[in-house]
Design a binder for this molecule. Structure first.
Ligand code: BGC
Ligand code: NOJ
Length: 816
C-alpha cells in the first residue's frame, strides 16, 4: 500500500493522506539554521546545535508522536468553524490534502470548506530564518471572512534544560512585541546575545505570546481557546511558556487569492549592542529589521526559493544516472544524495528518533558520512576531516563524539571505541580521491584541541594505524575496546545494573576481547595509507604499512576464519563469537563485508564461501540480517546486543548500514546480479508499495528493518540519520555502476546485472564533466574491455584525471 507517489520531475515525494504510519519528515536548511518538518507541519527548528540553540519546542514521547510544529489555524468567522490547513493539530478531515517534500522545502496543500490553502516552508540560503508562505484562495461563490492564527511554541534554548528544569524555567520566559513582530528573548537580559523572532507580512489584529492563555486552561493544540472564540487575547508572556501567535483577519472575495508570509528566525547581536537604547532592557532591533523586512516581501521570498532550487540542481548535477532501474535512478539522482547531505549536516543528532539532546557528531559516523557526500561539496568534507582530526587524542585514539557548537570532544562518552580512528583514514582517502587535494595531509592540527600539539594531518593518520597496532590481543587481532562499528557488541562491559550505559561501562581490563571486524577495517585502512605514503614518496613507510596489512590478513585467515565464514570476535573469556560452535550468534554480517572489502580471501577462496554463507543464513527478502541466530536472552559477556528482543536493532535486525558492505563485496567478486539484488531489497523506493509494512518514509533509508525473528519482520525504524545513506550511495555509484574516484582518475568498472544493456551517467570530477555511456552487448556482469574517450580508445578502465577546464568529456565503456 502507498501513501503517496514520487514526482521525479519536481524531485518531490507527494504524500496524499496525512495519516501516514509514522510521521514522514523532511529537513529544512543546509547551513546553520535547520528545521525538521513532518507531513503535518510538525517538528522544530534550531540554530547550529539542536541541543544548545533550540528555537522552537518539541515535546518528547508525545501522543500523537508528531505534535508541536509550525502551525496555522484557519477560522471561518461566519460559521465559527476552524481547521488546520496542514491537518495537525486540529485533525479535521480535509477535503483534499497533499504534502510535497522537496529538497530543502515542504509544501502542504489542502482544501476545507471551499478554502484552498497552501503553505510552503523553506529556509533561504545564507539566512538564519524560515519562511512560511501561506496562500489562501476563496472557492466559494460568496466572500469569505477568515481569521488566520499562526502558532509556534518557543524553546528556552537549551533543549535538555527546557524539558526538565521547570522550577526555574517557568519564571524566565520573556517576550517583546513591536510592530507585529514577536521577539522571544528569554535569558537575553543576562548571558545570551541571541533571540528569536516571529514576524508576519500582514498587520495582525491580535496576538498571543502566553501559551496557556492562547490554549485556555486544560486545553490542547487541537482547539485553542483563542481560535475557538475567534480572537487572540493579546497576552504577553512573563515566565511560563512563551509562544508566538498572530491573528490576521481578512475577507477574501470569490476566487480571490491572498498570500501571507510568516518568518521565524534566529538572530545574534554584538555583545556591546544588545540593547537599544543602550542601558535599557529592550532588544536592539536595528540589526535584524532589514532581514525581516526583506523576506516579508513576496518577490524576495520567491527569489530565495528559486535560489534554493538552483542550489540543489547544482549539487545533484554532480552525478546523474540513467539506468534500467527507476528505483536506482530516483535514489541516486535525488533522494539518496539528499539524505547523504542531511546525514552529513546532522550526523546522528536531530530526527524524530534522535532527540537532538543526546549525541553530538560521531567520529566514525561523520567519517563515513563523508563517503556519500564528498563529491557534492568537497570543501565541507575537508573542513569536517580537519575538525575530526583536531579532536583526536595524542594516542591516536578518538573521542567517540564531539559537539558541533564547540567542536570539542565529548567527555561524557569519552573514547575507547577501537575502530574509531581508522575511519579517519578512509574519510581522508575518499576526500583526496575525489578532489586530488593532497595538501590536506599537510594541514597542521592539534590533538584534543590542545594548542601547541599540532602535527600534520598525515601524522594523525599514522597515529590512527599505530593505535590499532599497539592494541592487539592474544590472537594478534585488534582489541575491541568499548565496542567497534557495532556499538552494542560490548565485550568488556559485563553490566548487570539497570540504567548503566553499555557504551561507557567497562568492567574488564580489555586485554582479551578482539574484533575481526576491526582487523578487516585495519587491513583496508593500512593499504590505503600505504598508497598515500607511496604517492608522497615515502616508500619505506608504504612498505611497512603493506607488511602490517599482510600480517593482519594472515592473522585473520588463521584466527578469524571459521571454516565457512569470518568469525566476528573473541570475547573476554577468549571464546569465539560468530562461529558455528556458538549456540546463538553463529554468523555475523560485518566481518564478511569488511574482510572481503579489504581484499581478504578474494584470491584464496574464503570470500566466495563467506558470501555464500551470507546468502544462506542472513539474506531475507527485506535485506540482510546482522547475525543469526538471534540472541534469545541477555548475555552478560556480550552487552547491549543481547538487550534487544530478537530481530530488532543490533540483535539480528536488518541493520541497513551494513547491507552495502555485502553489495560491495559481491561486486568485488564480480557478482553483478547478486549485488544489485541486495541493493533493491532495502532500496526505499522499491519498498514503497509495501509502505504499510515498511512504515517509514519511502524516500530515505532507515537505520533498521526488523529481522526475520521479529514480530514485525520488514518494519523499518529510525529513518534518516544513518550511515546507510553514505554506504548505499557508495555501493550503487562506485561499485555497482562502478564509477569510482581514485587517486589518479576516475575508474569505470561497472559490475551490473547481466540483463542490463548498459546505462548512462554524467559525473563532474575535478573540474570536468564526464558524460559516460556504458554498453553491455554481451549481457555480462563485469569487464570493461574497451574505453573510448572522445572516440579515442585508451587502455585499461581508468580515466586519467585531466586538467580542470570545465570541459565536457564523452566516454564510452564497453563490457566484453
Ligand atoms: C543503539 C546503537 C547506537 C548506540 C549509540 C544503541 O542503543 O542500538 O545503534 O549506535 O546506542 O549510543
Ligand atoms: C548507530 C551508530 O551511530 C553507529 O556509529 C554504529 O556504528 C551503529 N549504530 C551500529 O551500532
Amino acid at each position: 500500500m502507498r501513501y503517496g507517489y514520487f514526482d521525479d520531475s519536481r524531485r518531490e515525494y507527494v504524500i496524499t493522506r496525512p495519516d501516514t504510519p509514522l510521521p514522514w519528515i523532511n529537513y529544512l536548511g543546509c547551513e546553520a539554521y535547520f528545521g525538521i518538518i513532518s507531513n503535518t507541519a510538525g517538528g522544530y527548528s534550531f540554530y547550529r546545535d539542536p541541543r544548545l540553540r533550540r528555537v522552537s519546542r518539541y515535546r518528547y514521547n508525545n501522543a500523537p508522536f508528531d505534535l508541536g510544529g509550525r502551525y496555522i489555524y484557519l477560522r471561518d468567522q461566519d460559521s465559527g468553524e476552524f481547521w488546520s490547513p496542514t491537518w495537525q493539530p486540529t485533525r479535521r478531515a480535509l477535503q483534499e490534502y497533499t504534502c510535497s517534500h522537496g529538497l530543502g522545502y515542504t509544501i502542504i496543500s489542502s482544501r476545507y470548506a471551499s478554502i484552498a490553502a497552501e503553505v510552503r516552508y523553506f529556509i533561504p540560503l545564507g539566512e538564519n530564518l524560515e519562511i512560511w508562505q501561506l496562500s489562501l484562495k476563496n472557492e466559494h461563490g460568496h466572500p469569505a471572512r477568515l481569521s488566520v492564527f499562526s502558532c509556534i511554541e518557543f524553546c528556552l534554548w537549551d533543549a535538555q534544560d527546557d524539558a526538565t528544569n521547570f522550577q526555574r524555567n517557568f519564571s524566565t520566559g520573556q517576550i517583546e512585541i513591536e510592530d507585529g513582530v514577536i521577539y522571544h528573548k528569554t535569558e537575553y537580559r543576562e548571558r545570551r546575545n541571541h533571540f528569536a523572532y516571529f514576524a508576519c507580512s500582514e498587520k495582525p489584529s491580535g496576538f498571543d505570546t502566553q501559551r496557556d492563555t492562547f490554549l485556555g486552561p486544560y486545553r490542547g493544540w487541537e482547539a485553542p481557546a483563542a481560535v475557538e472564540r475567534g480572537g487572540c487575547f493579546d497576552s504577553v508572556a512573563n515566565g511560563w511558556a512563551p509562544i508566538g501567535s498572530h491573528q490576521i483577519d481578512l475577507t477574501l472575495m470569490p476566487k480571490e487569492t491572498r498570500e501571507i508570509i510568516f518568518l521565524l528566525g534566529y538572530h545574534e547581536n554584538p555583545a556591546e549592542q544588545k540593547f537599544d537604547p543602550p542601558g535599557s532592557q529592550t532588544i536592539n532591533k536595528k540589526t535584524v529589521l532589514p532581514v525581516i523586512r526583506k523576506y516579508l516581501v513576496k518577490s524576495n521570498a520567491n527569489a530565495a526559493f528559486e535560489q534554493l532550487k538552483a542550489h540543489w540542481d547544482e549539487l545533484l548535477g554532480t552525478f546523474q544516472v540513467q539506468t534500467p532501474s527507476a528505483d536506482a535512478d530516483r535514489m541516486v539522482n535525488i533522494w539518496n544524495a539528499y539524505q547523504c547531505m542531511v546525514t552529513f549536516n546532522m550526523s546522528r543528532s536531530a530526527s524524530f528518533y534522535e532527540s537532538g539532546i543526546g549525541r553530538g557528531m560521531g567520529f566514525r559516523d561523520s567519517s563515513q558520512d563523508l563517503l556519500g557526500f564528498v563529491h557534492m561539496i568537497p570543501e565541507r568534507a575537508r573542513e569536517r576531516i580537519l575538525d575530526l582530526a583536531a579532536t583526536q587524542l595524542p594516542s591516536g585514539g578518538a573521542f567517540h563524539q564531539y559537539q558541533p557548537l564547540t567542536k570539542r570532544g565529548n567527555n561524557d562518552i569519552g573514547s575507547g571505541f577501537n575502530d574509531d580512528p581508522l575511519w579517519l583514514i578512509l574519510g581522508t582517502a575518499a576526500y583526496i580521491k575525489e578532489s586530488g587535494d593532497w595538501s590536506i595531509l599537510e594541514e597542521r592540527l592539534p590533538y584534543e584541541n590542545e594548542p601547541g600539539t599540532e602535527t600534520p594531518l598525515y601524522e594523525h593518520l599514522q597515529r590512527s594505524l599505530g593505535y590499532t597496532l599497539e592494541r592487539l590481543g592474544p590472537h594478534g587481532l585488534p582489541l575491541i575496546g568499548r565496542a567497534d562499528w557495532n556499538d552494542c557488541l560490548n565485550l568488556n562491559c559485563f553490566s548487570d545494573t539497570p540504567g548503566q550505559s553499555f557504551q561507557t561501562t567497562t568492567n574488564k581490563d580489555g586485554k582479551t576481547a578482539e574484533s575481526v571486524f576491526i582487523a578487516g577495517l585495519f587491513v583496508m585502512a593500512a593499504r590505503e595509507l600505504a598508497v598515500i605514503a607511496q604517492k608522497g614518496s615515502l616508500r619505506e613507510e608504504a612498505e611497512r604499512y603493506l607488511a602490517a596489512a599482510a600480517r593482519m590478513e594472515t592473522t585473520v585467515l588463521q584466527h578469524g576464519w571459521d571454516g565457512n565464514w569470518f568469525l566476528r570476535a573473541y570475547d573476554d573469556y577468549g571464546h569465539k563469537i560468530g562461529s558455528a560452535v556458538c549456540e546463538e550468534g553463529k554468523i555475523f554480517l560485518e566481518p564478511q563485508g569488511f574482510c572481503i572489502m579489504a581484499g581478504i580471501g578474494l584470491e584464496s577462496g574464503q570470500a566466495l564461501k563467506s558470501l555464500a554463507a551470507v546468502r544462506e543464513h542472513l539474506a531475507t527478502p527485506h535485506g540482510i540480517i546482522l547475525q543469526q541466530p538471534a540472541y534469545s536472552r541477555y548475555y552478560l559477556n556480550l552487552g547491549e546486543i543481547s538487550s534487544y528482543p530478537p530481530g530488532y536493532k543490533e540483535n539480528a535486525g536488518i541493520f541497513c548500514h551494513t547491507n552495502p558492505w555485502i553489495m560491495i563485496a559481491e561486486a568485488m567478486a564480480g557478482h553483478g546480479d547478486e549485488a544489485f539484488d541486495y541493493y533493491l531489497r532495502i532500496n526505499p523506493s522499491s519498498r514503497e508499495a509495501m509502505s504499510e509494512i515498511h512504515r517509514c518514509e519511502p524516500y530515505v533509508y532507515a537505520q533498521m528493518i526488523a529481522g526475520r525473528d521479529a514480530a514485525t519482520h520488514g518494519e523499518a525504524k529510525n529513518s534518516w540519520l544513518t550511515g546507510t545513506a553514505a554506504w548505499n550511495y557508495a555501493a550503487i555509484t562506485q561499485w555497482i555502476l562502478g564509477i569510482r574516484p581514485e587517486y589518479d582518475g576516475l575508474r569505470i568498472d561497472p559490475v551490473i546485472p547481466a540483463g542490463w544493456q548498459g546505462f548512462k551517467a554524467t559525473r563532474r570530477f575535478r573540474g570536468n564533466t564526464y558524460v559516460i555511456e556504458v554498453k553491455n552487448p554481451s549481457s555480462l556482469n563485469r569487464g570493461v574491455k574497451k574505453l573510448l574517450v572522445e572516440g579515442r580508445e585508451i587502455p585499461g578502465s581508468l580515466l586519467p584525471a585531466a586538467t580542470p577546464e570545465s570541459a565536457v568529456i564523452h566516454v564510452e565503456a564497453v563490457l566484453q
